[in-house]
Design a protein around this ligand. Structure first.
Ligand code: SG7
Ligand code: ZN
Length: 261
């Protein structure tokens, strides 16, 4: 892994290295995953998710924080397996692209993907996320890449259909529960793991990262709707999903070009 690697989506106005000492740390995320340099570890187990399927009468808060969309998760979601510690979920969020390019924070072999989902967990040995985030073994984030593929993704639809309600920074809405595990790949066995950090200030160097090998496929329209949310809070040129420039989104598909890209 090549570190440090400049994140794309730090909050505007932050001079990260000056305002947050941890942002200059040796374990700063995201990184470029150089697959040829990854080492197989027999100690890493498949990731196991339990309690991720939420009933529709469980309402979840979805918020536009100015640079991403955050879905708060109940504490019943448990992450085990992987690196043999117990974690519970606190929130998930998406790093979208913009009309001018793809938005994933991590890259694989130098390739950036259309977007990236992060499901943030904290170690159950701590009482809260806030307490856990300052400890070296405090946090675990599951990351997966989003790409343009065939057809609508029904799980992402459960979030994306609410984006028009939170176009303004700071706005929030309620989303009925659904199977959160559907936002992550079916294959939880193949992943890249490294010790890194929060990708934005305060950049605590306390995150065990899992980057899944299998990507998530969304429709072109769904990716553009996500990009448009961010565009609304950026000075960049606006992009409506129906006129989002196709060649830009497709450039994120690289050599694995699919129909629809
Ligand atoms: C996103 O990424 C948000 C932040 C998060 C940050 O901007 O999800 O969280 C909230 C509640 O706004 O910051 C402290 C924290 O979780 C960094 O998280 S990340 O490393 O997974 N990208
Ligand atoms: Zn993130």
């Amino acid at each position: 892994f090549q570190q440090p690697y400049q994140p794309l989506s730090w909050p505007f106005g932050h001079r990260a290295h000056e305002d947050y000492l941890d942002c200059g740390g040796t374990k700063q995320s995201p990184v470029n995953v150089d697959a040829a340099q990854a080492i197989f570890s027999p100690d890493l187990r498949p990731i196991q998710l339990s309690g991720y399927s939420l009933p529709a009468n469980k309402l979840l808060k979805l918020k536009n924080n100015g640079h991403t969309v955050v879905l708060e998760l109940p504490e019943s979601l448990a992450l085990t397996g992987g690196y043999a510690q117990q974690y519970r979920a606190v929130q998930l969020h998406l790093h979208w692209g913009s009309p001018s390019g793809p938005g994933s924070e991590h890259t694989v072999n130098g390739r950036r993907f259309a977007a990236e989902i992060h499901v943030v967990h904290y170690n159950t040995k701590y009482d809260s996320f806030t307490e856990a985030m300052v400890h070296p073994d405090g946090l675990a984030v599951l990351g997966a890449f989003l790409e343009v593929g065939h057809g609508e993704n029904q799980y992402y639809h459960e979030i994306i259909k609410h984006l028009p309600e939170i176009q303004e920074v700071g706005q929030e809405t309620l989303v009925p529960g659904f199977n959160i595990a559907g936002l992550l790949p079916a294959n939880l066995k193949f992943y890249f793991h490294y010790n890194g950090s929060l990708t934005t200030p305060p950049c605590y160097q306390t995150v065990k990262w899992t980057i899944f090998n299998q990507t998530m496929l969304l429709s072109h329209r769904q990716v553009c709707q996500g990009n448009e949310l961010l565009a609304g809070s950026l000075p960049a040129s606006p992009c409506n999903w129906y006129r989002c420039p196709v060649p830009v989104i497709c450039s994120s598909c690289g050599s694995q070009r699919r129909d629809g890209c």
